[in-house]
Design a protein around this ligand. Structure first.
Ligand code: FES
Length: 157
């Protein structure tokens, strides 16, 4: 994938003077491209004078970063203990079926990235599905369609 070099450079420039603010730069790159393109990581490494291997170490350590292109929407399903016993795995199966993608992957149309997570800290409303930061508690298989359709609105002409 071609990376917009100007965009990456402007992010780096924005952080000039804030040396060693690697995580802030990577967060901005992640937000701009929805992942960390390899070319962007090379440019950041060069700009900060850091070995690329160190940049990659940080990029793979934090869950906020992705080395693969992510979907426009992020769909998280909690598989912590409380959500698991209340049907979390069935929710994951339904989402995998409806989105036609296994957990951990992004749909072919680039709309959704489906992920599973451990406890989100709101066990009382489990099983929990979180789409783009919006919590959907007491999730059931029947609620999955309406939840997804909320984010599948056709683009305005
Ligand atoms: S186990 Fe799902 S929110 Fe705690």
């Amino acid at each position: 994938m071609d990376t917009d070099k100007t965009k990456v450079q402007s992010i780096i420039d924005k952080h000039q003077g804030l040396k060693k603010n690697l995580i802030a730069i990577l967060l901005d790159v992640q937000e701009s491209f929805n992942y960390l393109p390899p070319e962007a990581l090379r440019r950041v490494a060069k700009a900060l004078g850091m070995p690329l291997i160190d940049i990659c170490g940080v990029a793979t350590f934090y869950r906020a970063f992705s080395l693969k292109p992510r979907g426009k929407h992020t769909c998280l399903v909690c598989l912590g203990t409380a959500c698991h016993v209340r049907g979390g795995p069935k929710i994951v199966e339904e989402l995998e079926r409806k989105l036609d993608v296994p957990a951990g992957e992004t749909t072919k149309d680039g709309q959704f990235t489906l992920e599973t997570v451990a406890c989100l800290g709101c066990c009382a409303i489990g099983p929990v599905v979180v789409v783009d930061g919006e919590y959907h508690g007491h999730a059931t298989i029947r609620k999955i369609g309406p939840i997804l359709s909320k984010y599948q609105k056709p683009e305005a002409a």
